[in-house]
Design a protein around this ligand. Sequence first.
Ligand code: CMP
Length: 144
Amino acid sequence: ITERSFFAIKPDGLQRGLVGEVMSRFERKGWKLVGLKMLTPGRQLVERHYEEHADKDFFEKLLDYMCSGPVVAMVWEGHNVIAGGRKLLGATNPLEAGAGTIRGDLCTNAGRNLVHASDGPESARREIELWFSREETVQWGRAT
Ligand code: CMP
């Protein structure tokens, strides 16, 4: 199925100069970029984004980290991009992320894991709506 999912390159990804590397892996996979912007998110946005983690002991740290610098927010569209995108990222804990995945190849720490991906259709819809207005995502024309 063709679907859309939300991804964010986190502040460590920008700091380490890995934006191109991450986006290139999505492009090579065959997904289409339909939304893209860069912003330093406010606390309220990140609180809402991560509301399901509000009771975790790392929640405050997570908010500080996500608001510490610019992030690249993206919407990608394509075949199985929700589950497939999470596969491309690898497990949340880079120790468990396989070689060949973004986290497995490029980072070492669960709290600094480079990229976020929606974890299912419901969160994809919610997160796209939270980070992007309707006009900020595009439809690709058919190549003629
Ligand atoms: P993400 O996939 O964006 O969703 C939840 C985030 O919480 C996760 O990536 C990590 O950045 C963060 N996280 C998960 N576990 C820990 C942890 N043990 N310590 C700090 N942050 C964590």
